[in-house]
Each structure stands twice: as structure tokens, then as C-alpha cells.
Write a protein that binds this ligand. Structure first.
Ligand code: GLN
Length: 479
């Protein structure tokens, strides 16, 4: 249990004078020391965090709360793929070893302007590629509930940072579930906004048409406050748009929330029986509370379940985008350069060979393949078309209800090594989270209960309509 459950509790304590920002930071730094064996952080910024805390305490004392930003007192961790000027950022990759950001991500600037305190950068899967946080140059992150198990990924450090009470909110990124799946594996709340809700400027690109910055927290209210501050248009990201809130879709009856779900997903073979039991109990509770549960037929494409297409479509498109995005890491412009290279060609070749992990190389190769002239039409273009169908069907199913309810993942947190030798098994574990990124819609993971056998957290996922981010968070907190 965290010492401070929410930002409002912290702010009340600060205003009442029962704590100070300095005391908060000291508490979190102690927790970081205590939990360092879990490897959630790759770097901490204690001196800077304490300085900022003292400056905030002084400002509060001198000028009162009106002189402070709306997030004062929030101590925050930052995933190691988001830029913070003057601080190192590596995406857990050797190729960015020693690289310091020249500017801050727009989201980081907006958070700083509201007086958050960043305490350190968190471990993750390299360039956000992975579902277990085993793919990091800093070594794996361990789940605090069972250190023999993975915390999920790619934002595994962000999740364990919260589990161990080392910060109030973790900033992560979600291309296909990287915020929601670790939240699910660690018993937390995790939110991926509508695509374009938060600027991607300063987020190291993986799959640009999928990536979103998101938040992990202990409750949806803190997430909503972070969203309010970071969302909105940005001159540095033309895909970051104004909100659609205020539209009539945002209205809902809190006593009778219309919740769509797919019985075929709940009965599917791939879903762990304990996870299914928790989800069925959860649905039953919602039904008894008077909500309007709507069983939906599974969408299909050419007579096949849409879920057969989701993983292939996601991995064709994200690897294509990654192969292009990661071309910039060439041994010349950023971070690591192979010392043995004798000429330009060898500089590219050796720096990339030594600087990227096997998983990242696998994806660059796959992405380059699906974009190559002989296969572009068969794979990349086809996947674009299927993505459009998946989006249309997702939006059609959402049009009749307020949210869609899904599992977060087919199982609870697995043991180290269980899937790391089999990339396809790892990819398949993303089946329930990537739909929201393919469709661009917001999605929220929340704790639904404990697995009846292994006692690990089971998450439930709520998917909302485009731009209905606030409504989704509101529904999450009511449920
Ligand atoms: N596990 C997914 C992948 O490896 C999602 C990662 C993410 O959201 N960054 O692509």
C-alpha cells in the first residue's frame, strides 16, 4: 500500500502543513533504495528532486497554494524513452549509451510547468519492444509481488516503481499495451489515451502511428489530472489534436453504464481459466449493480474472427514503422559508436550490430522485409487495409455502448524465461491490448481481482470511443 494514496491526499497534507515536498521526496528515495534489487530504475535524480522539492516548499510558504501548479506535490517517474532536457535517455539500448536529451518532450514540459518532481527514469524493454521487460540492456525488472515473475512490458520499470511506492505516478508509453499490460500484471491502473491526445514530441519513436504516452497510477483520478495537463495540440506533433469532449457521446448514465463484451473472448481457449473466472465474477458484479451488459458477436473479417488478424496486423505495421524509425541510430548521430569500425560502412554495420538487442534487430529485419518492393503489396499494404477494417469494427461495436470490456492479457504475470525463447508466444500475449492501438481508441486497465490459484493480480480492460478519454476514466472510477 502506498503511503500517499492520491495526489489530492498529498496536496491536502501539504496545505495542512503535515508534510513537505522535501519529506515526500525523501520517502520515495528511501523506497527506491529499499527496492533496488527489482531494477525498476536505471537512474535516479536525488539531488535535483530534493532541490525542486525545497523550492516548491519555499514557494508554498511564501506565496500560498495559488503560486503553485495544479500537480504540485506529485513525484513522478519517467520511462527511459521520453526526453527530459539535460538528462540521459537510452530506450534501454546500448546504441543510445551516454546520450543526453537536448530538449524535453512536450508532455514533460507541461508536467514541469505544473510543478511535478521527476525522481528518475525507469527501466523498460528496448525501444518499447517486448511484453516482459526482459529485453533491456540494464537487465530485467522483477515483479514486486513475486520476484521470480516478470512485471510485464514494455513499461515494466514504470509499474514496479509504483508497486514499490517510489513515486505517485509513472509516465510510460503504449504502442500495443506497454502501459496497460504491466499495470495488469502488477495490480495497478494504466491508461493509454486516444491516439493524438498527447503529443509524441520527445517520445522515442517505435511505431509512430500507434505510440502514445500514457500513465500508470493507483487510481483513475490521478491519471485524469495528468491527462488534463498533458493533452492537447502541439506545434511539434501534427497528429496531436484538440479533444472531441463535450460531444454527445461523452454523456452516460452512471447507474446504467452500457458495457459491451465478447462472450467468445471469455470462452476462448487461449484465456487462462483463473483469469476467466475473475472476469466472469467482475461482469456478474456489474450486472448486479444494474449496469447494462451487452453480449456482442465477435467481429469477423472474411468469415474469420477479427482476433486472428489482430496480432499479424499489429506486428507487420509496427515492425515496418520501427524499421524506418530506427534507421536514425547509425553510430554517427547519437550515443554509441563501435570503436573497431575502420570506415563509414563499418561504423553503421558494427554500431547497429552491437548497439541493438536481438529482439530489436528481429523487428528491423521483419519490418524491412514487409516494406521491400517484392512484398510491400502483400504484407504492408494488406495490413493497412486490415487495420482499417479492425478500426471500423471496433468503432461500430463502441457505437452501441459506452465501453467495451476485455481482458488485459490472456494470463497473469509469467515466470522469467517462460516466453523469452519463443518470440511468437510473446507476441500472442498482446492479443487483447493491441486492438486499441490499431483502432486509435483510448483504453484503461484496472485491477479486477486476484487469480484463484496463483494469487496474482488480474486486470480488466475498458476500451472507450475516440476522444472519450475523460469519460472512460470517469467510468473506470465509477465501476
Ligand atoms: N508488447 C508489444 C510489443 O512488443 C507492445 C509494446 C508497446 O506497447 N510498446 O510491440
Amino acid at each position: 500500500m502506498p503511503k500517499y494514496p492520491s495526489l489530492s491526499a498529498i496536496q491536502e497534507a501539504l496545505l495542512a502543513g503535515t508534510t513537505t515536498c522535501r519529506a515526500l521526496v525523501e520517502h520515495y528515495l528511501e523506497q527506491i533504495d529499499r527496492s533496488s534489487a527489482l531494477n525498476a530504475y536505471v537512474e535516479t535524480w536525488p539531488a535535483e528532486a530534493l532541490d525542486r522539492a525545497e523550492a516548491l516548499d519555499a514557494r508554498l510558504k511564501a506565496s500560498g497554494p495559488a503560486a503553485l501548479g495544479s500537480l504540485f506535490g506529485a513525484v513522478v517517474s519517467l520511462k527511459d524513452n521520453i526526453c527530459y532536457a539535460g538528462h540521459q535517455v537510452t530506450a534501454a539500448a546500448k546504441i543510445l549509451e551516454g546520450f543526453t536529451s537536448l530538449y524535453s518532450a512536450t508532455a514533460v514540459e507541461r508536467l514541469l510547468a505544473q510543478d511535478v518532481i521527476f525522481i528518475g527514469r525507469t527501466n523498460c524493454d528496448q525501444f518499447g519492444m517486448g511484453s516482459s521487460n526482459e529485453n533491456s540492456v540494464y537487465g530485467p525488472v522483477r515483479n514486486a509481488l513475486d520476484p521470480e515473475r516478470v512485471p510485464g512490458g514494455s513499461s515494466g520499470g514504470a509499474a514496479v516503481a509504483l508497486q514499490t511506492d517510489t513515486c505517485l505516478v509513472s509516465v510510460g508509453s503504449d504502442t500495443g499495451g506497454s502501459v496497460r499490460q504491466p499495470a495488469g500484471f502488477c495490480g495497478l491502473w494504466g491508461f493509454k489515451p486516444t491516439y493524438g491526445r498527447i503529443s509524441r514530441h520527445g517520445l522515442l519513436a517505435y511505431g509512430s502511428s500507434f505510440d502514445q504516452i500514457g500513465f500508470l497510477a493507483h487510481n483513475p483520478t490521478d491519471i485524469a489530472r495528468f491527462l488534463a495537463v498533458t493533452a492537447g495540440p502541439d506545434a511539434y506533433d501534427s497528429t496531436a489534436g484538440a479533444t472531441g469532449s463535450g460531444s454527445e457521446t461523452a454523456a452516460f448514465d452512471p447507474k446504467k453504464i452500457r458495457i459491451g463484451y465478447y462472450p467468445d473472448v471469455l470462452s476462448s481457449e487461449g484465456l487462462d481459466a483463473g483469469v476467466r473466472a475473475v472476469l466472469e465474477t467482475y461482469l456478474e458484479q456489474l450486472r448486479q449493480a444494474g449496469h447494462d451488459l451487452r453480449a456482442l458477436p465477435l467481429p469477423s473479417i472474411n468469415g474469420k474472427d477479427v482476433f486472428d488478424y489482430i496480432i499479424p496486423t499489429y506486428y507487420v505495421l509496427t515492425t515496418a514503422e520501427a524499421s524506418s524509425n530506427l534507421a536514425r541510430y547509425d553510430g554517427i548521430r547519437y550515443g554509441y559508436r563501435a570503436p573497431a569500425a575502420r570506415n563509414l560502412q563499418e561504423t553503421y554495420l558494427l554500431s547497429r550490430t552491437e548497439g541493438f538487442s536481438d529482439e530489436v534487430k528481429r523487428r528491423i529485419l521483419l519490418g524491412t522485409f514487409v516494406l521491400s518492393s517484392g512484398y510491400h503489396e502483400a504484407y504492408y499494404r494488406k495490413a493497412q487495409q486490415v487495420r482499417r477494417l479492425i478500426q471500423q469494427q471496433t468503432l461500430a461495436d463502441l457505437s452501441g455502448c459506452d465501453v467495451l470490456l476485455m481482458p488485459v492479457a490472456p494470463s497473469t504475470a509469467w515466470r522469467f524465461g517462460e516466453k523469452s525463447e519463443d518470440p511468437v508466444a510473446m507476441y500472442l500475449a498482446d492479443v487483447f491490448t493491441v486492438q486499441a492501438n490499431l483502432a486509435g481508441v483510448p483504453a484503461l486497465a484496472l485491477p479486477a481481482g486476484r487469480h484463484p490459484e496463483n494469487g496474482l493480480p488480474v486486470g480488466v480492460q475498458l476500451i472507450g470511443g475516440l476522444w472519450d478519454d475523460e469519460k472512460l476514466l470517469e467510468i473506470g472510477s465509477r465501476l
